[in-house]
Design a protein around this ligand. Sequence first.
Ligand code: CMC
Length: 424
Amino acid sequence: MENAKLSFNGREYEFPVIVGTEEEIGIDMQSLRAKTKAIAFDPGYGNTGACESAITYIDGDAGILRYRGYPIEQIAALATFPEVAYLLINGQLPVLEQLREFEREIRYHTLIHEDMKKALDAYPSTAHPMAILAAMVISLASYYHEDDSPETINLNIIRLLAKLPTIAAFSYKHSVGQPYVYPRNDLSYTQNFLNMMFCLPTMDYVVPDVLGRALNLLLILHADHEQNCSTSTVRMVGSSRAGLFASIGAGICALWGPLHGGANQEVIEMLEMIRDDGGNYRKYVDMAKDKNSDFRLMGFGHRVYRNFDPRAQILKKSADEVLQALGVNDPLLDIAKNLEEIALRDEYFIERKLYPNVDFYSGIIYRAMGIPTNMFTVMFAIGRLPGWIAQWKEMRADKHTRIARPRQIYTGERERQFVPIFQR
Ligand code: CMC
């Protein structure tokens, strides 16, 4: 493909073009500043490719999402979450023995150090579980040695995959004042997590199949989403050569925000608000359109998807099935469907190509499963973990990786003289 040409300040400059395997085109601007002294100005990085990646492909116009080339619809229907984690992290689907070995290794590391439990105990029971999750993941670096050898990195990857559900479930038990339930190595990844969440010493608890299946689906749908805010954070922190635990901890913090993974909690709170306000959808659609109001329809819109979010389509169908299987009749599901219908017919949403995203229906399923609202973003983090790990590993293995260090256009004061405080 021909070089891109830039005409600027009376001179012409040429920049090479790179093309991805799906014909995605990028103009390689790495020499822009050296050649022109100007920088590319792109707040929010909507037009900026920060890396080459072979993990996840999204075509936002066509509603396509693929992990390592496999369509999300096929993976969601046929895979297990550990299998998807293996695929994302290692690049290929495992054969049966490889998957068994991977799962065996994860099971071997599910416990957290008893001292970590004491640290967890010290948090107020009102603490948001995302605060605990981020802090605990970063503190894994104080329990486990980190270096750049592939053996250590692989061991720490397994530790993270194994311990994140334990930390998450313990943070929930702590918040409700119940005894911690230790991991059980005879259960699958999803069953073990649900058992740690819902089992009590006073009862025999068997994880209902429908819950295990629903969680498997939810985790798979969240497992990776190329260079989103939290993944870019993981890569950015990792680009300074910070370790795996610190990088993933930073990603968890980025995920927490209501415009990113925190949206699933916000969606439920918004639907409850609409319910408590008499179900007046129109009022909230109008508020979301009003430029004088900060209110947005949570669970709507996406930087990349401009037609539909394939994950939301799968979840909408699944929400009906799971609620029916669990015998749950949740008025919030009807409110969500009505809201979607009104918004999708509204000129404002049509013009801006705003559709329900993955978070719009996930919260309703989590709620039906008995997961409390403030745990929703934690669930997102458990799902996204393999993606973060895969992206971190890819970034570290890429010999072209440089420390992430954007530039700026300075708009502050020009140079001025400092006046000592008593003379001002
Ligand atoms: N409700 C009302 N208006 C909206 C919404 C919304 N949910 N989302 C975007 N808009 C409007 C926005 O006001 C702007 O209008 P205008 O052009 O008149 O100024 C236009 O649409 C473009 O919005 P933007 O903020 O420039 O879009 P973005 O690509 O920067 O932001 C987003 C994407 C997902 C942050 C945004 O759509 C949003 O805030 N959605 C609600 C929060 C949410 O559901 N987040 C979860 C995202 S999916 C899960 C994940 O990957 O984290």
